[in-house]
Design a protein around this ligand. Structure first.
Ligand code: ADP
Ligand code: MG
Length: 712
């Protein structure tokens, strides 16, 4: 180990003091957030290559990759066509005197001089076979055979860092390990390590970079699959730390002061308001309301996620709870992602609970006069419900007594927006966020891990299941017939298109656009029905008008882009045609389909693809035809797209995992979560000797890591 007298803690030593790393390379590392030796130890291999077995020339087969120990016979350089091109060819043989040819079309100056006849080398690369000739093009060469960093073992492959050759990187890692590991201290309680039979931190870090010899033998693929004990330990550690940060944040929030509501009054409010609804609440709605009421009658702010599939009836839960708070004098903000949706919520409130309800709408198009009346209502300091879009955050409206913030379809909003809305109040208001699509359990425990969760599993009774079909060219006629029949019976239909206007761009040329389709459907296909057109380029007044006409069944066919995706509720609509469904993600398709199946009539969804029948159906379209269960769809979507895409950029910052995968490593997440809960209960102040390593971690790097977590 190299001693650095100017830096007491080797782990904190800057990377530029490692042999072979100069200031230039240090800058490149810094751009990857690698500044210290410790950062390097946590720069994990992306994959592994098994070079533990040295092959013989006679065993080589075309296309395989192999490592060979060879003796150089001769190296020669031949010019190729083109002024600067030349070929370096090295003839070499193995211990059976079998010949091998190694070729380079590009080399650096002096490279060929290294191949003195008689030199022993190890060549690693992909094998090409031409008759009796075996060759490798641009193989990896190791000259110093005492050096076991690059060969004779399972070799780590790192994500490329610009301008740092793989071999250099491996060499630097090797040095960093020898400097850093002796100083590396365990950070997890030893009880959890024992419980799961996991190796210590120094051991795991060493192994994950440079697997010891007995790995990779006997067809053991643990390393390749990230299933080795070292991997499991580091994955578990990541989840454990993350869950600790997020759960202890939640505990702290639970200690903060909030508005405590009178629970007897809450129950009375609920009783009287729900009597105004034309339906009975479902079990899931009842339970969710109970959970919300139990939270808000405590003197700490609620922070709850309401999950339920499209059409599960989340709005009713939100509005009933809002009214119950208003009965105790509070003001409530309900933020929806689109004007259409805000407008719809607003109308629903007036319709269900009467025109005297102190409710106001605040969206982009709200006039200055109306805005003043909004402010006047809030200034009255009496109960009020303000429904709006993100205009609620941007507008200088001032709440006087904001007790409750509800965020509908929260995936459309970022964490910061939620926070800003809550900041409109002195005391932390209670918060309820609602999701459009269910969230897989892994994400509920991570990206949303700081929230309590309520789930509405069942849909309101009396709904008939939606049938979903994939429609290819020849079946088009049958589909149109079915739709005509439905329309004649008084039902309505949506036609969804990926584009507003026809596009000249190569990638979009073949796509039918909403505008041209609306014309064709109105004039040719369905001349006896009214067709409306809705898309994002319309003004919000135009959008509201067309939605209103569709709602009143003055328009039977609504041609639209995905603006209609979220939350729109027209129970009489029973047909959903999605054109070019391959252009949409799974959750989006599910959302779109959720616009139908909302009333007593049977509904049908057509995914109209223009893929030739000989091409396989994309998996997500198959999932759509197979199931209507939003929880299953969410799981499939997460698996197909990965968490970053699933959450969208706004939220994926919440997931800082370097080695753990929410898909591959689920079981470890659940274990870590349970263990953290246990720890928080048994030793909240981390006083026991067993908790000491973790306490030390928290007092050092843990603080920073926790501060960087982007949570609600
Ligand atoms: P989402 O959960 O997708 O936001 P909504 O709140 O828009 O669902 O509800 C979908 C439809 O179901 C609405 O028309 C609503 O009035 C109706 N609904 C809600 N709860 C019930 C219930 N318990 N029984 C019958 N219909 C209900
Ligand atoms: Mg909704």
């Amino acid at each position: 180990m190299t001693k650095k007298p100017f830096q007491e803690d080797p782990l904190a030593t800057r990377v530029q003091f490692i042999k072979g790393v100069g200031p230039r390379m240090a800058t490149v590392f810094a751009s990857r957030d690698i500044n210290t030796i410790k950062d390097l130890l946590y720069f994990f291999p992306r994959k592994y290559e098994d070079r533990s077995q040295l092959a013989l020339v006679k065993d080589l087969t075309e296309g395989n990759s192999a490592s060979l120990e060879l003796t150089v016979h001769q190296a020669f350089v031949r010019p190729l066509r083109g002024r600067f091109s030349k070929l370096l060819e090295v003839k070499a043989f193995d211990k059976d005197k079998q010949w091998m040819s190694l070729k380079w079309f590009r080399t650096y100056k002096g490279f060929e001089q290294k191949f003195e006849p008689g030199t022993k080398i190890i060549a690693t690369g992909t094998v090409k076979v031409f008759g009796s000739i075996r060759e490798m093009v641009h193989p990896d060469i190791q000259f110093d055979l005492e050096d076991d960093v690059h060969v004779g073992r399972i070799v780590p492959i790192y994500t490329e860092i610009d301008g740092v050759p793989t071999k250099t990187l491996r060499r630097i890692l090797d040095t960093a390990l020898s400097m850093g590991i002796p100083a590396l201290k365990e950070e997890l309680p030893s009880s959890v390590l024992q419980k799961h039979k996991l190796p210590t931190l120094p051991r795991a870090i060493q192994e994950v970079h440079f697997p010891s010899e007995n790995h990779g033998k006997n067809g053991n693929n643990d390393f390749a699959n990230f299933k080795s004990p070292a991997h499991q330990r580091l994955i578990y550690e990541e989840f454990f730390k993350f869950e600790y940060h997020i759960l202890s944040k939640r505990l702290n929030l639970e200690k903060e002061r909030g508005h405590a509501l009178d629970s007897a009054k809450l129950a009375a409010s609920l009783k009287s308001w729900r009597a105004k609804l034309p339906f009975q609440l479902t079990k899931g709605q009842e339970n969710s309301l109970n959970e919300i009421f139990s939270d808000i009658s405590k003197p700490h702010p609620m922070n709850r996620l309401l999950q339920g599939d499209v059409g599960a009836g989340k709005t009713a839960v939100a509005l009933l709870s809002a009214l119950a708070l208003m009965d105790q004098g509070f003001q409530v903000a309900l933020m929806a992602p689109t004007e259409i949706l805000a407008e719809q919520h607003f109308q629903n409130v007036l319709k269900a609970f009467g025109v005297d309800t102190p409710v106001k709408l605040l969206v982009g198009k709200t006039t200055a006069v109306e805005r003043r009346s909004v402010q006047a209502l809030l200034d009255s300091e009496g109960p009020a419900l303000l429904i709006g879009t993100h205009a609620l955050i941007e507008d200088p409206v001032k709440f006087r007594n904001l007790g409750y913030v509800i965020i509908d379809e929260q995936h459309r909003f970022g964490v910061d927006q939620r926070r800003k809305l809550r900041e409109k109040s002195f005391i932390q208001p209670h918060t309820l966020v609602m999701t459009a699509t269910p969230i897989p359990r892994t994400l509920a425990l991570t990206a949303y891990g700081d929230l309590e969760v309520s789930i509405i599993r069942e849909r309101p009774p009396g709904r008939t299941p939606i049938k979903t079909y994939l429609v290819r060219g020849p079946e088009h006629g049958k589909m149109i017939e079915h739709i005509k029949k439905e329309l004649r019976e008084g039902r309505q239909a949506y036609f969804i298109f990926p584009l507003v206007n026809d596009s000249e761009e190569e990638a979009f040329k073949h796509l039918t656009s909403a505008v041209s389709a609306a014309e064709r459907l109105a004039n040719e296909t369905f001349p006896e029905f009214k067709v409306g057109l809705l898309h994002g380029q319309l003004s919000s007044n135009e959008k509201a008008t067309i939605m209103e006409r569709f709602r009143k069944n003055e328009v039977q066919i609504l041609v639209s882009t995905t603006v209609v995706e979220v939350g729109v509720d027209v129970p009489n609509a029973t047909i959903m045609v999605i054109e070019h469904p391959e252009r949409f993600g799974l959750s989006q398709l599910h959302q779109l389909r959720g616009r139908i199946g909302r009333g007593q009539f049977a509904s049908t969804c057509f995914l109209k693809t223009d893929r030739p029948p000989n091409l396989p159906t994309p998996e997500r379209l198959e999932v759509m035809c197979e199931t209507e269960d939003g929880f299953k769809i969410a799981e499939a979507d997460l698996e197909l797209r990965g968490p970053g895409e699933f959450l969208g950029t706004r939220q994926s910052g919440a997931l800082p995992f370097k080695i753990a995968s929410l898909i591959r490593d689920q079981e470890w997440l659940f274990k870590a979560r349970d263990d953290v809960m246990e720890l928080l209960k048994a030793d909240p102040l981390l006083k026991s000797p067993d908790s000491k390593p973790f306490k030390n971690y928290l007092e050092n790097s843990g603080k920073l890591e926790s501060a960087h977590l982007k949570t609600s």
